[in-house]
Design a protein around this ligand. Structure first.
Ligand code: MTE
Ligand code: MO
Length: 376
């Protein structure tokens, strides 16, 4: 069993698959903390968790067309100036099960908790590449590949790439992280080194980083080329052409209601109920507003923010936690809550899943709709 060395996980994580391990916490716990505790952070593994000895760990850095390989130990990476970013990581498939209600999709059945927010500490990729002899202002290579030390049965590693401008940009804050929330990164989340790419889809935040490769081309990995791409709702498995869609990088704006949960019975207090959730946007955009309605959009109530980073866009990497107080007319026995967020570019969420359905069930960011029952 290639999975026999996988780490122990918190019982609260609900597996969507066990081998490889994929699991999310109950969404209600997300709004309890601005920083998601490490053991409650969703896990998305495609392969067995590699067993890595920190003493012998090596990171290889290579440049296309050049023979030299730079090799760094864990201690070498820790010698660079330490940088911390607070940022959310979200899977492109977060909230997929809601999209599935329109029509089946291929992908793990994620609820709305395939997202978490953490403080990541490490060396700036910009500094590491500069030390490796790369002129970060040269634009010499278009793409930076990241390869994990997790491999499939044919020894092919998990891999992805990002545009190089993002990897070396001063404001990009891409780091080679060795700490998650102040402790060494747990095995499930990439021990000992993980590429942290703020504002960019989870899939490019490569865990158990073993190799960095600068190239004129994107990564040719399955996950870059034949997965994590969006398509028209009318594209099916007979017509899909993965070469025609770009790989997902910066994610669109999303929000979700975490409390109450669907079909919960909620007590009306002083004619009101309290609704809590998260909102987040990719590319370093900031959430500027969250609107909630309980009457199908006739009246919208603006949420207050409980947790938000002070960083300005385009370096606003963390999610926003919010609370809305919703008035409930006397006698109402049930309502459907809807939430939508607006980011600092005034982009907002699509109204329904019907028009954004795609065969892989990614980018599932339509209004969250949560039916609840009321009691007094
Ligand atoms: N990195 C490696 N090496 N192997 C993986 O399977 N999964 C990716 C990404 N990095 C993955 C990886 C995906 S799809 C997501 S959503 C995030 O890691 C999940 O990060 P987490 O498990 O720390 O929440
Ligand atoms: Mo993912």
């Amino acid at each position: 069993d290639p999975y026999h060395n996988d780490p122990k996980r918190h019982k609260i994580l609900k597996p969507a698959s066990v081998k490889p391990f994929n699991a999310e916490p109950p969404s209600s716990i997300l709004v309890d903390n601005f920083i998601t505790p490490n053991d409650l952070f969703y896990v998305r593994n495609h392969l067995p968790v590699p067993e890595i000895d920190p003493e012998t760990y090596e990171l290889e850095i290579e440049f296309e067309g050049k023979t030299k390989t730079v090799i760094l130990s864990l201690d070498d990476i820790k010698k660079f100036p330490k940088h911390t970013v607070t940022m959310s990581i979200m899977c492109a498939g977060n909230r997929r099960t809601e999209m599935t209600k329109i029509k089946a999709v291929k992908g793990l059945g994620w609820g709305n908790a395939a997202i978490g927010n953490a403080q990541w500490t490490g060396a700036k990729l910009r500094d590491v590449l500069t030390a490796a002899g790369y002129d970060v202002d040269s634009d010499e290579y278009k793409h930076i590949h990241f390869e994990g030390l997790d491999t499939d049965p044919t020894s092919k590693p998990y891999g992805a790439s990002i545009p190089s401008w993002k990897g070396v940009d001063k404001r990009g804050e891409v780091i080679l992280a060795y700490e998650m929330n102040g402790v060494p990164i747990p095995r499930d989340h990439g021990y000992p080194i993980r590429a942290i790419v703020p504002g960019v889809v989870g899939a490019r935040n490569v865990k158990w980083l073993g190799r960095i490769f600068l190239s004129s081309e994107e990564s040719d990995s399955h996950w870059q080329q034949n997965d994590y791409k969006g398509f028209s709702p009318s594209t099916d498995w007979d017509t899909v052409d993965f070469t025609k869609s770009p790989a997902i990088q910066e994610l669109p704006v999303i929000s979700s209601i975490c409390k109450p949960i669907a079909n919960q019975t909620v007590t009306v207090v002083d004619g009101h109920i309290t609704v809590q959730g998260y909102a987040w946007s990719g590319g370093g955009m900031k959430i500027v507003r969250v609107d909630v309605t309980a009457d199908g959009g006739d009246t919208w109530h603006v949420a207050t923010f409980d947790g938000q980073d002070s960083n300005d866009p385009p370096q606003h990497w963390a999610w926003t936690l919010w609370t809305a107080k919703i008035p409930i007319p006397d006698g109402t026995e049930n309502v459907e809550l809807w939430a939508k967020a607006v980011d600092s570019n005034y982009n907002t969420q699509p109204e329904s899943f019907k028009n954004i359905w795609n065969l892989r069930g990614v980018l599932s960011n339509a209004y969250h709709r949560v039916p609840i029952n009321l009691q007094r």
